[in-house]
Design a protein around this ligand. Structure first.
Ligand SMILES: Nc1ncnc2c1ncn2[C@@H]1O[C@H](COP(=O)(O)OP(=O)(O)OP(=O)(O)O)[C@@H](O)[C@H]1O
Ligand SMILES: [Mg+2]
Length: 294
């Protein structure tokens, strides 16, 4: 059984002040297996953060079906949503002060999610030490975040995200503020922990090199899945030949193909020998013109 199943997920933000509705997700369809490490890539404003917020139980879907494990996120009440958030999900954000409290040391930070679950002090301290050792911060436990480097702060954030043993780890551009070497380091820890704990992980990134280190890459454009591909054979984003065909027969063509076409115009479809061709000129007309000339 797939661990995460999303069907026709729609999220519309409603800004009451100006009575404006912004469709951020416009029919997302996704299946993610347990333990998979997925990256989500896509242009700014395409709905990546919104999808993570819905998966994290931090934003309510407007319509559609969304299941994580045995939890139907589209059916949660405010109370059950907050329990889901607290028990099931770990999050790691780009901006460090969303992950950590600046006034206390990182061991105390890692203890907080465990405190909320009522885990006894001794056990909390042991788990916090274990987790911080696993992200290479065993000598820094008594340091406050301001005394750490950018990479170390994100590693401490990762330890915090895993402290309550979540089933789903969601990261929104966690390497966005890091140089490529430090980003690579964080990713190695991310991957090792993800495998060791068998957690399903989803990471949003702008960076194709970062996305390459995950199992599978999913591309979102304008609030819809436009393509997906296992990462092992991808050299560039243009090697992504898989496009998603939704149940209504819709596909979203990759940007570099859209750029070669004239948009907001019809396209013609031909089927020949099990292959499908898309043309912007009516091929019958093209043939007729050719015959006329001959
Ligand atoms: N709270 C909100 N209220 C109204 N509109 C919003 C809100 N949050 C996001 N949006 C809009 O929803 C759309 C998707 O936004 P989202 O933040 O999910 O994009 P993103 O892919 O994460 O972009 P970026 O790469 O810049 O972080 C955008 O048009 C955005 O302006
Ligand atoms: Mg975003």
């Amino acid at each position: 059984m797939t661990f995460i199943e999303v069907r026709d997920l729609i999220k519309i933000y409603h800004t009451k002040e100006y009575n404006v509705r912004v469709p951020a997700l416009r029919g997302i369809e996704l299946d993610i297996a347990e333990g998979e490490f997925i990256s989500i890539i896509g242009p700014s404003g395409s709905g990546k953060t919104t999808l993570l917020l819905v998966l994290a139980g931090m934003a309510e879907p407007s319509a559609g079906f969304i299941r994580v494990g045995d939890v139907r996120l589209d059916k949660l009440t405010d109370d059950t949503r907050s329990l889901y958030r607290r028990f099931k999900v770990g999050t790691l954000w780009q901006i460090p002060n969303r992950n950590l409290i600046w006034e206390i040391n990182i061991q105390e930070n890692v203890e907080i999610p465990m405190r909320l679950l009522g885990i006894p002090r001794e056990q909390r301290i042991k788990s916090a030490k274990d987790l911080l050792s696993e992200v290479g911060l065993e000598k820094r436990m008594k340091h406050k975040p301001s005394q750490l480097s950018g990479g170390e702060v994100q590693r401490a954030g990762l330890a915090c995200a895993l402290a309550h043993n979540p089933v789903l780890l969601l990261a929104d551009e966690p390497t966005g503020e890091l140089d490529s070497k430090t980003a690579g380091e964080l990713l190695r820890y991310f991957k090792t922990l993800n495998e060791a704990y068998g957690i399903t992980a989803i990471m949003v990134t702008h960076d194709f090199d970062v996305a390459k280190s995950t199992d599978r890459l999913i591309q979102i454009v304008d609030g819809r899945i436009s393509g997906y591909s296992p990462t092992e054979k991808l050299k560039t984003i243009r090697d992504m030949h898989h496009v998603y065909l939704d149940r209504y027969g819709g596909i979203q063509l990759p940007r570099h193909i859209v750029d070669k076409l004239e948009v907001q115009r019809e396209i013609f479809i031909d089927e020949k020998d099990n292959q499908i061709f898309l043309h912007q000129n009516d091929q019958n007309e093209v043939k007729k013109q050719r015959n006329k000339k001959q």
